[in-house]
Design a protein around this ligand. Structure first.
Ligand code: ATP
Ligand code: LTN
Length: 332
């Protein structure tokens, strides 16, 4: 069975972009793959987090994994900082990476824009190396993520190939990204030229998986569209309605062409009203399952067991890497 690994940062509640780009794939893959899903709290601290909120968000994300349908009897679910090998491998990979390749990462460029070198946190610079360590530590074949992570996956591949070539031996499995055709990049509702984000200031720019029905309705009814009122998919000229069409399509299972036909000549009002209904139908069961799981002792047990299993796999790969590099003393 091929192995799958992915992670989500505990920096806030998940939105439908996270769900449609990443989590939906987590669930689809678990029947015929060996899946490992991580709550990446080490990544979250690349920017300052309130300690109490971070602790709470870690459990929120783990509960959301379960609420969307990740099944702990099939998949391993764990918290990154509970497996020390992530930071250990990250250092080794840091010593195999170049400043130039990290400087080219668009996420780093975005997050450091307008700042002097002296005030750019080192963590946002080396973040993709830690992500590569996450992936390579489990001999991962497939990494299901949204489109925004393409460049980071490419770096993980480059680092794996570089180390393998250096020792002329397969130390690391070379992973591949898995991106969905629809949903891989859900855009912001108030600015459809930038991606929907947990951290954007305007809460109506996103739909969170834990939003109330009233909030979902308000966000969709307010969503930016153009003035010609034609329900047509055209990302370049009609980015707002195209984004809403993508969301409608993945939640309803209907193709974009079918939806275009259905709403021909009917304007945006009808379309948005129906989209509200489709979105609420998809999200409200997740919300009610979340409430139950988040309070349960079961959640803590799942994470304890997950960390134990993850540690066992990661230790082996870390030892293999230490042996290749000649680190420490030889042990059995
Ligand atoms: P944000 O920028 O929204 O604060 P993030 O990108 O920093 O969040 P994560 O929470 O770690 O990050 O992302 C989890 C998963 O969700 C990743 O696989 C990422 O590619 C995916 N993802 C994030 N935003 C979107 C989006 N707008 N559309 C599709 N997938 C997304
Ligand atoms: N950088 C990712 C989160 C992440 C991840 C990973 C995803 C950290 N480590 C390993 C897949 C595999 C993001 O979405 N911001």
């Amino acid at each position: 069975m091929k192995r799958v690994f992915s992670g989500v940062q505990p920096t806030g509640n998940l939105h439908i972009g996270n769900y449609l780009g990443a989590l939906k794939q987590f669930v689809e893959l678990q029947d015929d793959h060996e899946c490992i899903y991580c709550v990446v709290d080490m990544h979250a601290i690349t920017l300052p987090q309130d300690p109490k909120e971070l602790r709470s968000h870690i459990l929120d994300i783990a509960a959301l994994y379960l609420a969307v349908g990740v099944d702990p009897s099939k998949s391993i679910i764990f918290v990154q900082s509970e497996v020390p090998a992530h930071t250990e491998l990250s250092w080794i990979l840091t010593c195999s990476s170049y400043m130039g390749e990290l400087q080219r990462m668009t996420q780093f460029k975005d997050k450091s824009k307008g700042r002097e070198n002296s005030s750019i946190p080192t963590g946002i610079f080396t973040y993709p190396v830690l992500m590569a360590a996450d992936i390579l530590l489990y001999d991962t074949d497939i990494v299901p993520v949204g489109n925004d992570q393409k460049q980071h996956i490419e770096l993980a591949r480059d680092l794996a190939i570089r180390v393998n070539n250096r020792f002329d031996k397969k130390i690391f499995q070379v992973p591949e990204g898995r991106f969905l055709k629809e949903g891989a990049r859900i855009m912001s509702l108030d600015d459809p030229t930038s991606k929907m984000s947990k951290s954007a200031e305007n809460e109506f720019s996103r739909i969170s998986l834990l939003d109330t029905d009233a909030k979902i309705k308000k966000a969709i009814m307010r969503a930016t569209t153009d003035s010609d009122a034609m329900v047509k998919f055209d990302v370049e000229n009609k980015p707002g309605i195209s984004n809403l069409l993508s969301i409608y399509s993945v939640f309803s299972g209907k193709s974009i062409e079918t939806l275009e036909k259905e709403y021909e000549g009917r304007g945006y009002g009808d379309f948005k009203k129906d989209l509200v209904e489709v979105t609420i139908d998809a999200i409200s069961p997740i919300r009610s399952r979340f409430e139950e799981i988040r309070q349960s002792e079961e959640l803590l047990k799942v994470l304890d067991e997950g960390a134990e299993k993850a540690n066992a796999i990661a230790e082996k790969v870390l030892k293999r890497t230490y042996d290749a590099f000649g680190m420490g003393r030889k042990r059995k």
